[in-house]
Design a protein around this ligand. Structure first.
Ligand code: G
Ligand code: G
Ligand code: MN
Ligand code: NA
Length: 262
C-alpha cells in the first residue's frame, strides 16, 4: 500500500534485482559492456525505477539501496571479466548514480567498499551521472569526479542534451563518455518531416563533435531501429544502446548474450 514502507523492506526481502542492457561498439561491432538498471519485484510485479527512485531519494533509502546496487554491479562486472567470458575483452558495467547518493558524505567510502569486497578491476566499472546532477554545484562535483577517476573508475555523463551544461566544466571534468539522451535519437527517425529530421541530425552531429573535441567516447541511447543505427554510424557515433541491440534483461540472460557473442 504505502510504497515507502514496502521499499524499506525491499532490500531484506531481496526484492531488488539488477537488469543489464548491452552496449554495442560501432567500429568493432562488438559488445563493449552493459548498463545496470535496477528493478523492484514488489509482490510479484515489476516496479520501474522511475517510480521508486524518487521515493528512495526523498526517504533517504537511496543510500542503502544505492550501496546494494553498486556492490551487486561490481560483483557482476568481476564475473563477466573472467578470462573465459569474452575472449579476454573488457566488459564494462555502467551504474547510475542519483544526485543524493553522489553527494552524501560517505559516498567515496561506499565505492571503495564495493570495489574492495567484489575485487573488481575499477576500470570495468563506469559511473553515470546525469547532466543536471553534474552541473548542480559543479565545483563540488569536479572534486568528487577527480577522486573517482583517481580510483581508476570510468565516468560518463548521462541524458546529455537534456540539462544545461557549462562547457567550461564539461571540459574540466575527468570524463570518459557522453551518453546522448534518447529524445534526440527519436527525432532522427522523423520520416514524415524532412526538415525536422535534418535538424535532428545536425544537433546529434554537433553533440558528437563536441564529445570528440573533449576526447570523449559518445554513445547514443534509445536506438530502436536499423535506420537510426545507420544514421549514427554516418554521424561518427562511437557506440549505441537501445532495444535494437538488446533490452534490459536479468543477469543470467545478459550472460547468455555475452557468451553467444564470443
Ligand atoms: O530502466 P528504466 O528505463 O526503467 O529506468 C528509468 C530511470 O531510472 C532512468 O532514468 C534510469 O537512469 C533510472 N535508473 C535505473 N536504474 C537505476 C539505478 O540503479 N540507480 C539510479 N539512481 N537510477 C536508476
Ligand atoms: O536515464 P537513463 O538513460 O539511465 O535511462 C535508461 C532508460 O531507458 C531505462 O529505463 C531503459 O529501460 C530505457 N531504454 C533503454 N533502451 C531503450 C530504447 O531503445 N527505447 C526506449 N523507449 N527506452 C529505452
Ligand atoms: Mn543511464
Ligand atoms: Na540516459
Amino acid at each position: 500500500l504505502d510504497m515507502e514502507t514496502d521499499l524499506r523492506h525491499a532490500l531484506e526481502r531481496e526484492e531488488l534485482e539488477l537488469f543489464y542492457q548491452p552496449q554495442l561498439d560501432l567500429p568493432t561491432g562488438r559488445l563493449s559492456g552493459f548498463e545496470a538498471l535496477v528493478r523492484w519485484r514488489r509482490s510479484g510485479r515489476l516496479v520501474s525505477p522511475a517510480d521508486f527512485i524518487p521515493i528512495a531519494e526523498e526517504s533517504g533509502l537511496i543510500i542503502p539501496i544505492g550501496d546494494w546496487i553498486l556492490e551487486e554491479a561490481c560483483r557482476q562486472a568481476r564475473r563477466w571479466n573472467e578470462p573465459n567470458m569474452h575472449q579476454g575483452l573488457p566488459v564494462t558495467v555502467a551504474v547510475n548514480l542519483s544526485m543524493r547518493q553522489f553527494r552524501k558524505t560517505q559516498f567515496i567510502e561506499s565505492i571503495e567498499q564495493s570495489l574492495r569486497r567484489s575485487e573488481v578491476n575499477p576500470t570495468h566499472i563506469e559511473l553515470e551521472l546525469t547532466e543536471s546532477a553534474a552541473m548542480h554545484n559543479p565545483d563540488q562535483v569536479l572534486q568528487l569526479l577527480q577522486r573517482l577517476r583517481g580510483m581508476g573508475l570510468a565516468l560518463a555523463i548521462d541524458d546529455f542534451g537534456t540539462g544545461y551544461s557549462s562547457l567550461a566544466y564539461l571540459q574540466r571534468f575527468p570524463l570518459d563518455k557522453l551518453k546522448i539522451d534518447q529524445s534526440f535519437v527519436r527525432e532522427l527517425s522523423r520520416g514524415d518531416d524532412a526538415a525536422a529530421k535534418r535538424n535532428a541530425e545536425n544537433i546529434v552531429r554537433a553533440m558528437i563533435t563536441l564529445g570528440h573535441q573533449l576526447n570523449l567516447r559518445v554513445i547514443a541511447e534509445g536506438v530502436e531501429t536499423e535506420e537510426q543505427m545507420h544514421q549514427l554510424v554516418q554521424l561518427g557515433c562511437d557506440a549505441i544502446q537501445g532495444y535494437l541491440y538488446g533490452r534490459p534483461v536479468p543477469a543470467v540472460m545478459a550472460q547468455e548474450f555475452l557468451l553467444r557473442e564470443r
